[in-house]
Design a protein around this ligand. Structure first.
Ligand SMILES: Nc1nc2c(ncn2[C@@H]2O[C@H](COP(=O)(O)OP(=O)(O)OP(=O)(O)O)[C@@H](O)[C@H]2O)c(=O)[nH]1
Ligand SMILES: [Mg+2]
Length: 336
């Protein structure tokens, strides 16, 4: 039987007819779907691939309101085009930079905020938080109260940024509500909007989030997803490379340093990922069957690999990057 009831964990419409279809639950008396039940209780994940069209319609719906919007993004995976979501939603908006805990403690918050300010995209405010460490969540709530225009506040962003985690943290800290949204290291956990009353003056609305088709997380198996997702403070790994030396990250990425003076490459990726250096790239053909992209690097730039993290390169030079053809990468002015 179809119902009007939605899953309290991910927002999908509940149904008890087809095990293979979204929203299945053994009984419509349940509050959550089987997929959420398994994620919450057993850490078993089931990947759902969604088209961004639906999500963009949800964002357009948000744009029809006058409500305040929190745009959550993951500091390790700052998107290339933050203006994309901004261009769909003209509402008052706070940019929340999440997962501060994974960046080295030495990274100054003001530096991150200035970096975003230099992009000249309007936000009411840019706030750095760590949901995991409960860092700056009190301040965020104060600013939500300050900027909110109605009771409703939307939470948007790309998948995996930590939207549902943030709402759960706000429920935990400031509400008697016992609802818990489903969170997972895989993209596309939340499937539809979910409304959560924090108190009589504040209702947060979780949304599914834009899928980064080019994120490496969409192109590796579950075991590797867990390895790639940084859970602790990243210990930056620095390699001094001469021309014709290489760095390999697991069997995911190969970076050949093909032109330039002695150079410093610092990796900001999960500590769990194995990194190797080749002293002479001509002696080893590993991963060269992947797609090759050549970047010419200016002073102090980051090579960003979507979903994986970034590599700070100090001097100018030329690199050949070998990577799955569906994974996005780009160069940017150094974040740190
Ligand atoms: N290290 C760290 N991890 C975090 C933090 N906040 C969330 N995460 C992790 O990020 C992953 C994604 O969190 P979710 O809350 O499911 O993200 P989401 O934005 O709701 O994702 P979708 O529903 O897929 O759009 C989970 O593995 C969380 O544990 C944080 O502050 N620090
Ligand atoms: Mg979610």
């Amino acid at each position: 039987m179809d119902s009007e009831k939605r899953c309290a964990g991910c927002g999908v419409l509940l149904q008890d007819e087809n095990v293979l279809q979204e929203g299945y639950t053994t009984s419509l008396e349940n509050d959550i779907c089987q997929r959420c039940f398994r994620m919450k209780n057993y850490g078993e994940y089931q990947i759902v691939t969604k088209s961004n069209e639906e999500y963009i319609n949800i964002l357009k719906g948000v744009a029809q309101t006058k409500d305040l919007v929190l745009y959550i993004t993951d500091l390790l995976n700052l998107e290339k085009n933050i203006e994309e979501i901004r261009s769909i939603i003209p509402n008052k908006m706070i940019l929340v930079l999440n997962k501060k805990d994974v960046l080295p403690k030495s990274v100054k918050e003001t530096k991150l905020i200035d970096y975003l300010a230099s992009k000249n995209i309007h936000f009411e405010e840019v706030i750095v938080v760590s949901v995991q460490k409960n860092y700056n969540i009190d301040y965020l709530l104060k600013r939500i109260k300050f900027y909110q225009t109605t009771k409703n506040v939307y939470v948007v962003g790309r998948t995996n940024a930590g939207k549902s985690s943030l709402i759960n943290k706000l429920i935990q800290n400031y509400s008697c509500n016992t609802q818990e949204l489903t969170m997972s290291p895989l993209p596309s956990t939340t499937l539809n909007t979910v409304k959560i009353d924090i108190n009589e003056h504040l209702t947060l609305i979780d949304t599914p989030g834009l899928v980064d088709i080019g994120s490496i997380l969409n192109h590796v198996d579950e075991k590797m997803v867990k390895k790639i997702s940084a859970k602790k403070e990243i210990k930056p790994r620095t390699y001094q490379l001469r021309k014709n030396q290489s760095i390999l990250i697991e069997d995911l990425v190969r970076i050949d340093y093909v032109e330039g003076e002695r150079n410093s490459f610092t990796l900001f990726v999960s500590n769990d990922l194995k990194v190797r250096r080749l002293l002479n790239l001509f002696n080893n053909e590993e991963l060269k069957d992947k797609n090759k992209i050549t970047y010419s690097v200016k002073y102090d730039e980051d090579l960003v690999i979507s979903g994986l993290g970034f590599i700070k390169i100090v001097n100018k030079g030329v690199i050949d990057l070998y990577i799955d053809k569906d994974v996005d990468s780009f160069m940017r002015k150094s974040l740190i």
